[in-house]
Design a protein around this ligand. Structure first.
Ligand code: SF4
Length: 425
């Protein structure tokens, strides 16, 4: 590539590494009616009428406005209210979403996660009126025996009916489905996929179940590999999903995500393309540039200054739900931090970019070359290509199907380019 062209590509990539604000916002709602048997997310069983729900939602709204007033949300493009079960908040969820729309009227996408058992017609109307553009429904399966094994609250009929109602509301709708689960057969998996498609959803996320430590599934099934969850079943189910969904006109754009044209999730794409984001709430993660982090420090003086050689800061909010609900400002919150050098951030961006079908482009590749060294980068890329984990598509390096199936090898080799240990605080 000509030197001048390299410079332009790198300058374009560098611009996003120095945004002075977060371009994406995530609000975490850590409440569920009860815990599903496989779940280790940051959420806790909570009574539907517990006053903590309202207090917590008000605190998120307060903190979001403070971030906005400090310039931390300038140029915000996407927002996502996830959980947990955001729809447990009822009208307060609509109020929270409406507040986000008010502070960032130019948002390109505003998503709320929803569970079928708490997504009422009234709430659908309120979310649409509040300016939500997208709903992501946690359905997981459209088979009653499988739903029962997973410990979900809804049955297949309710999930299907709520998917149809969500689509009829006019918002974009995504459906999460899980494969390689107990009771699932090839036929029941394909039936779940076809049923979701018949409801008119424009986006599907499909995941193989992972048995996480400390969950009821872990106690029940332990470390021994289950026939319904082994790696060959996971691969076969993901392959079947690819076939069924592509026949229906949904293209895969990320390892677990399929969309009709124009229905890709912009918020999730931001996570994989070095766009800085701010997460607010118990367990919420943020990824900020050095410049945006300095703005956060002006709101949260308990945070340490970033040393001079740091360009990216990752934060996880460790404050409990009760303490978030009573927080007056960011100064009342606590965080775990990871601070990355420009070279570590470049290795991380390579790894995250390979989750997407389009892989990584010349902007990041030129930048990574300057940060990580040509010899080390070429060696890692050749290693991935030689093993069939990645291939060149013009000027882009993209993952292969094999690369996704052996994701740990692909991502691990690219992350290994990062020099030194990440600084934790
Ligand atoms: S509804 Fe979602 S977040 Fe809540 S327990 Fe089930 S899987 Fe976890």
């Amino acid at each position: 590539m000509a030197r001048a062209t390299c410079g332009i590509y790198e300058a374009l990539w560098l611009a996003r590494l120095h945004h002075g604000s977060a371009r994406s916002l995530y609000l975490h709602i850590p409440f569920c009616v009860r815990k599903c048997a496989y779940c280790d997310f940051s959420s806790w069983a909570t009574a539907r009428h517990d006053p903590l729900l309202g207090a917590y939602a008000s605190a998120l709204s307060r903190l979001t406005w403070q971030a906005h007033d400090a310039g931390l949300l300038q140029g915000l493009e996407t927002a996502y209210i996830g959980g947990g079960t955001p729809t447990m908040l009822g009208d307060e969820l609509a109020a929270l979403a409406g507040g986000v729309r008010e502070l960032a009227p130019g948002l390109k996408e505003l998503t709320c996660e929803a569970n079928p058992d708490s997504l009422t017609d009234r709430l659908l109307g309120r979310l649409s009126a509040a300016g939500c553009t997208r709903l992501s429904l946690g359905v997981q399966s459209l088979n009653d025996r499988e739903l029962c094994e997973l410990g979900r609250l809804h049955d297949a009929a309710l999930a299907e009916e709520r998917l149809r109602a969500a689509v009829a509301s006019g918002m974009d709708v995504s459906c999460d489905l899980m494969c390689a689960i107990p009771e699932q057969t090839e036929m029941s998996w394909e039936r779940s996929l076809h049923t979701a498609l018949s409801c008119g959803v424009g986006h599907l996320s499909v995941y193989p179940l992972q048995i996480e430590e400390g969950t009821p599934f872990d106690e029940r099934y332990g470390a021994s590999e289950q026939p319904w969850n082994d790696s060959s079943v996971q691969a076969a189910r993901m392959e079947a999903a690819g076939r069924v969904l592509s026949e229906a006109g949904l293209a895969r754009y990320e390892v677990a995500s399929y969309a009709k044209p124009g229905k890709e999730c912009l918020h999730n794409k931001a996570y994989w393309t070095a766009v800085p984001y701010l997460g607010i709430g118990t367990g919420a993660s943020s990824m900020l540039t050095r410049e945006a982090y300095e703005r956060l420090v002006s709101l949260a003086p308990q945070l340490p200054q970033a040393p001079g050689d740091i360009s990216r800061i990752r934060l996880t909010c460790t404050t409990s739900r009760d303490a978030v609900a009573s927080a007056k400002s960011f100064a009342d919150l606590s965080f775990d931090l990871e601070m990355l050098s420009p070279a570590q951030a470049a290795a991380e961006d390579l790894m995250l970019g390979m989750r997407m079908v389009q892989g990584v482009g010349p902007g990041l590749l030129v930048h990574a070359r300057t940060q990580l060294g040509s010899a080390a980068l070429d060696e890692a890329v050749d290693w991935c290509v030689d093993r069939g984990l990645a291939s060149w598509q013009g000027q882009r390096l993209a993952p292969t199907e094999q690369g996704w199936l052996l994701g740990n090898e692909l991502y691990g080799r690219l992350w290994d380019l990062a020099p030194d240990e990440v600084l934790e605080a």
